[in-house]
Design a protein around this ligand. Structure first.
Ligand code: ADP
Ligand code: MG
Length: 254
C-alpha cells in the first residue's frame, strides 16, 4: 500500500492513486490545522475516527439517494473513493449562528437562524478561502447556474438528513462544510458529494449541555479533542473495536 503513487497531500488527508482508473485512496491523517494553517497540531486517533465517521455518514446519505464519491473503507485510515473533478467551493450550511457568521453579523453564538443558510467560499488557501456569491461563481466559471442549483438542493437534503440523524443521538448540527465534484458516467455528468463529513468540518453541540463535540475544541484550545470525536463515533455506534486503545491504528503510510 505504501507503494501507491501519492497524488496530493492536503492538511488532513492524503490522496493516492486507486487500484482502478477513476478511483483514489483517501488516507486520513491525525494532523489538525485551523485558521488556514496558522494553527497546527496532532489529534491522536482523529484520522481513524474521521475515516469511520465519514464512511458512516456517506453510506447513510447514499441510502437515501444522495450521490457520493464513497466506495468502501479499506482499513483503519483509508477509504476507496471515486475520483471526481472537485468544484472549487466550500459549501457551508448553517442552522445556528456560530463562528464567522456570528462575528460578521454580530449574532450571539447559538442563535437559531430563521432558516438554513447556504454560503459559498472559494477554495484557495493562499486567499484564505474568501466568501463568494453566485455571481462570482458563474462569472469565473467555477460552476454553472444549473450546477449551483443542484449543489444547493443536495446541500439542503444532506442538511435535513444529518440534522435528524444527529438529533437522534442528542447532538445539534450547528453547521457544516461539504465539497462537491463532477463525475462522468460515459457522457453523463453528475454532481456528487465528495471529500469528507466529520467533526473536522461540522459544528456538533450536545443537545443538553451545548458541549462542543467538534474541531472548535482544537481551534479554541478547549482540550479533550480526541475524546469529543470519540464521543460522536460512540453515539453513532461505530467506535472502532477495541475502543480508544485502537485509535492510533496501523501506520500504513510513511
Ligand atoms: P485540503 O488541505 O486541500 O483541504 P485535504 O487534506 O482535505 O486537503 O485532502 C483532501 C483533498 O482531496 C481536498 O483538496 C479535496 O478537495 C480533494 N478531494 C476530496 N474528494 C475527492 C475526490 N473524490 N476526487 C478528487 N479529489 C477529492
Ligand atoms: Mg480539506
Amino acid at each position: 500500500m505504501s507503494r501507491r503513487r501519492r497524488i496530493y497531500e492536503g492538511k488532513a488527508k492524503v490522496l493516492f492513486e486507486g487500484p482502478e482508473p477513476g478511483t483514489l485512496v483517501q488516507y486520513f491523517k491525525d494532523d489538525a490545522t485551523a485558521f488556514n494553517n496558522q494553527k497546527r497540531g496532532v489529534i491522536t486517533g482523529k484520522g481513524v475516527l474521521n475515516n469511520r465517521i465519514s464512511e458512516y455518514l456517506m453510506t447513510r446519505l447514499g441510502e437515501i439517494g444522495v450521490p457520493t464519491h464513497f466506495v468502501r473503507r479499506l482499513n483503519m485510515r483509508e477509504q476507496l473513493i471515486r475520483e471526481v473533478e472537485i468544484i472549487p467551493l466550500e459549501v457551508v450550511v448553517r442552522n445556528v449562528a456560530a463562528g464567522s457568521l456570528s462575528t460578521r453579523l454580530g449574532l450571539e453564538e447559538g442563535t437559531q437562524l430563521p432558516r438554513s443558510i447556504i454560503e459559498f467560499y472559494y477554495k484557495a488557501d493562499n486567499l484564505n478561502d474568501p466568501m463568494v456569491s453566485e455571481e462570482h461563481i458563474t462569472a469565473f466559471g467555477w460552476a454553472t447556474p444549473q450546477e449551483i442549483d443542484e449543489i444547493m438542493q443536495l446541500a439542503l437534503r444532506v442538511n435535513d438528513f444529518l440534522v435528524g440523524l444527529f438529533l437522534g443521538i442528542g447532538i445539534r448540527l450547528v453547521d457544516f462544510k461539504v465539497e462537491f465534484g463532477r463525475l462522468w458516467d460515459n457522457e453523463q455528468m453528475r454532481i456528487v458529494l465528495a471529500d469528507e463529513i466529520s467533526p473536522d468540518c461540522c459544528r456538533l453541540w450536545d443537545i443538553d449541555t451545548n458541549e462542543k463535540l467538534d474541531k472548535d475544541r482544537f481551534r479554541r484550545d478547549l482540550g479533550g479533542v480526541a475524546e469529543a470525536y470519540q464521543e460522536v463515533a460512540r453515539r453513532l455506534g461505530i467506535l472502532p473495536e477495541g475502543g480508544p486503545r485502537d485509535l492510533k491504528g496501523p501506520q500504513t503510510m510513511q
